[in-house]
Write a protein that binds this ligand. Structure first.
Ligand code: NAD
Ligand code: IPM
Ligand code: MN
Length: 368
């Protein structure tokens, strides 16, 4: 198959990990007889520097016509002083909105070799396997334009949702639950927010269409606590935009590092933008130690969701798992023992695992 992929490396470690994803995808292409053509475009701070805007028209146009989009990360201290409409993050929000990518799927799975990497007790994280379904194009992120009022002494951000926006993401979550362990946790703040009360009503209405799925409602504060005290109670978790943003970074602790989490931002027809959950990590950018696995696993999600290449995606996931079993890891994974490697070395090990198992075994003993 021939596929045109838009790459948006963005800022900080985004540029470094994008290289890893491309090499891995090229290896998969030659192993499986596909052709992936990459077209790089600017977004975020990088686009501000080149074109004076975080989301150039050309980038939007390219993404609209692509088979899929891969995004690294945007942002960094260099651009924190920009006025709001010129912040790098506006580029990311803008591309999600203009492509209509309302469903952000964030799988959180504790991998066996990384059970010791979590600061949580091993028996707690063991077997945790959660899909966070985050609404992506509504809520506080996209209300009325934010304003400073009263000579700068007051400020307003608005949380706005259309019922139809709730219906479509809640449908996505129910359908995902049907493909998994058939349990849905809806997270809201219905004891305070009107939007959450509408959210609950929609969940209650929709559950009649999915009788095989069990449903529970949790308030977001309690959900944040249960996520790390009892992660195994969760299968699919559905929530609005900001809650989903916060809870997914929290959930990454189960996997050992924020650098491990992939995500897919999709819409009903399967078009998608694939991006790790983490940001541009300015504290480690340029040092060559960024964990590329969240990005590489996002590329695997792209193969599965947008290209129906389930076997190819599985190969990547296996190669990642094998590298971790061999003990290779970047410094964000706090594991005693094993072999500390940088972004490029870890990527090379994954490539070798993808091509020849025997070579990777000999590399393993070389590093041991
Ligand atoms: P961050 O996710 O960039 O970093 C948080 C912490 O996790 C840092 O200590 C960082 O070193 C570590 N980390 C993140 N990714 C890592 C990786 N792949 N390997 C190893 N360690 C990793 O969050 P932040 O520091 O709060 O934000 C920095 C910038 O990134 C901000 O401008 C923010 O707006 C932006 N941001 C962008 C995205 C995105 O583009 N999707 C997501 C989150 C934050
Ligand atoms: C994420 C990020 C973004 C978000 C920011 C950078 C706009 O935190 O993708 O999780 O809040 O959606
Ligand atoms: Mn986030």
């Amino acid at each position: 198959m021939n596929k045109q992929i838009i790459t948006l490396p963005g800022d900080g470690v985004g540029k470094e990990i994008m290289e890893s994803a491309k090499v891995v995808l090229n290896t998969i292409a030659s192993e499986f007889g596909h052709q992936f053509t990459f077209h790089q475009h600017a977004i975020g701070g990088d686009a501000i520097d080149q074109f004076g805007t975080p989301l150039p028209e050309d980038t939007v146009k390219a993404c609209t016509h692509a088979d899929a989009v891969l995004l690294g990360a945007v942002g960094g201290p260099k651009w924190d002083i920009q006025p709001a409409h010129l912040r790098p993050e506006r580029g990311l929000l803008g591309i999600r909105k203009s492509m209509g990518l309302y469903a952000n799927l964030r799988p959180v799975k504790a991998m066996k070799p990384l059970l010791h990497a979590s600061p949580l007790k091993q028996e707690l994280v063991e077997n945790s396997d959660i899909l966070i379904v985050r609404e992506l194009t509504g809520g506080l992120y996209f209300g009325q334009p934010s304003e400073r009022r009263n000579n700068g002494k007051a400020v307003v951000d608005t949380l706005a949702y259309e019922r139809v926006e709730m219906e479509r993401i809640i449908d996505t979550a129910f359908q995902s639950a049907q493909q998994r362990r058939k349990h849905l946790t809806s997270v809201d703040k219905a004891n305070v927010l009107e939007s959450s009360r509408m959210w609950r009503e929609v969940v209650e209405e929709k559950r009649k269409d999915y009788p095989d799925v069990t449903v529970e409602h949790l308030l977001v504060d309690a959900a944040a606590m249960k996520l790390i005290t009892d992660p195994n109670r969760f299968d699919v978790m559905v929530t609005e935009n900001l809650f989903g943003d916060i809870l997914s970074d929290e959930a990454s602790v189960l996997t050992g590092s924020l650098g491990m989490l992939p995500s897919a931002s999709v819409r009903a027809d399967g078009v998608g933008l694939y991006e790790p959950v983490h940001g541009s990590a300015p504290d480690i950018a340029g040092t060559g130690v960024a964990n590329p696995l969240g990005m590489i696993l996002s590329a695997a999600m792209m193969l599965r969701h947008s290209f129906q290449m389930g076997n190819e995606a599985f190969e990547i996931e296996e190669a990642v798992q094998t590298a971790l079993e061999q003990g290779f890891h970047t410094p964000d994974l706090n594991i005693a023992g094993g072999t500390l490697v940088g972004t490029e070395e870890l990527t090379e090990i994954i490539i070798e695992n993808l091509t020849t198992k025997s070579v990777s075994n000999s590399i393993c003993s070389m590093y041991a």
